[in-house]
Design a binder for this molecule. Structure first.
Ligand SMILES: Cc1cc2nc3c(=O)[nH]c(=O)nc-3n(C[C@H](O)[C@H](O)[C@H](O)COP(=O)(O)OP(=O)(O)OC[C@H]3O[C@@H](n4cnc5c(N)ncnc54)[C@H](O)[C@@H]3O)c2cc1C
Length: 256
């Protein structure tokens, strides 16, 4: 994990473990390591959360922080290098891969719109265009003038070894040497969020007010499910912090 002040290089699971230890130390919290399957109720009656294993929990207010579910293209080798040499965020992982040959997986227009950003870390850039992602002629000229490669043959699989990605194999069998690939998967909400019928914006992100209150009273939200693009740990923690303050404030007001 990069770009988290004071925690550079810490594994996500270790950060979560540290957080749990700290919270447990206050003696208020109980952790239930089960998937919440259903969330029912309203602010007047309170909420009931039911897990897939059948556990029940009651709550006056609920913070939704389920993150998002990434939707990956079906490409062999992707899972082996995901998070190490196939990365979703150059701000988090670009420094470690600086100066190496990078590929950019273009299956959404934003990857080409942001093309110049990747030069921050390397000049050796090839954009692998998925069907329908052809830039207009002016932009093609612009990208070529900047020395960016455009590859229209589709990627068939990713190749490498324990050291990381070494090449991509194209649909005609030819190999292109690449040490890093940037891929920004499409995302969807987890089943629980999808079941709650919350207001969402044009991108499908859950809409909240300044106090991180969703469109359903008593339900608050924080983290990746609120926005698209440059999702990161600091922002999730920041939102969670502000949401928690709102929850305490609203509960205190309702008990006056
Ligand atoms: C490969 C990769 C590398 C990344 N590297 C970095 C990095 O280096 N630095 C950085 O700042 N950011 C990085 N990010 C982004 C960062 O991980 C996210 O922005 C951040 O974790 C979002 O926090 P969140 O709490 O919204 O969601 P998450 O961290 O996704 O947490 C959501 C949790 O809710 C759980 N959950 C979901 N549904 C349910 C349910 N129904 N019941 C119970 N639990 C449920 C999930 O299992 C998960 O544990 C990376 C992301 C990816 C994919």
């Amino acid at each position: 994990m990069g770009a988290v002040l004071g925690r550079d290089g810490v594994l996500p699971a270790d950060l979560r473990g540290l957080g749990r230890q700290e919270v447990a130390g206050y003696g208020y919290a109980r952790f239930v390591d089960e998937k919440v399957q259903a969330l029912e109720g309203d602010p007047r009656r309170g909420f009931t959360l039911t897990t897939a294993e059948g556990s029940l929990a009651k709550a006056s207010v609920v913070l939704l922080a389920c993150g998002m579910v990434d939707i990956f293209p079906d490409l062999p080798g992707l899972s082996a290098y995901w998070g190490s040499s196939i990365i979703n965020c150059p701000f988090c992982h670009g420094y470690e891969l600086r100066g190496k040959p990078w590929g950019i997986f273009v299956h959404r227009p934003e990857m080409l719109e942001a093309a110049e950003i990747y030069r921050t870390w390397t000049d050796d850039l090839i954009f692998f265009l998925e069907p329908g992602m052809e830039p207009d002629p002016a932009r093609q000229e612009d990208l070529a003038a900047k020395g960016f490669g455009l590859e229209r043959r589709r990627i068939r699989r990713f190749l490498g070894d324990d050291a990381g990605l070494s090449a991509v194999e194209l649909e005609d069998g030819s190999l292109v040497a690449r040490k890093a690939m940037v891929m920004w998967p499409h995302q969807k909400h987890c089943d629980l969020i999808a079941s709650l019928d919350l207001e969402t914006d044009a991108q499908g992100s859950v809409v909240v007010d300044q106090g991180f209150r969703t469109s359903r009273g008593g339900l608050y939200a924080a983290g990746d499910l609120l926005y698209q693009g440059h999702q990161n740990v600091n922002t999730a923690m920041h939102m969670g912090n502000l949401a928690a303050a709102s929850m305490v404030f609203d509960l205190a007001k309702s008990r006056r």
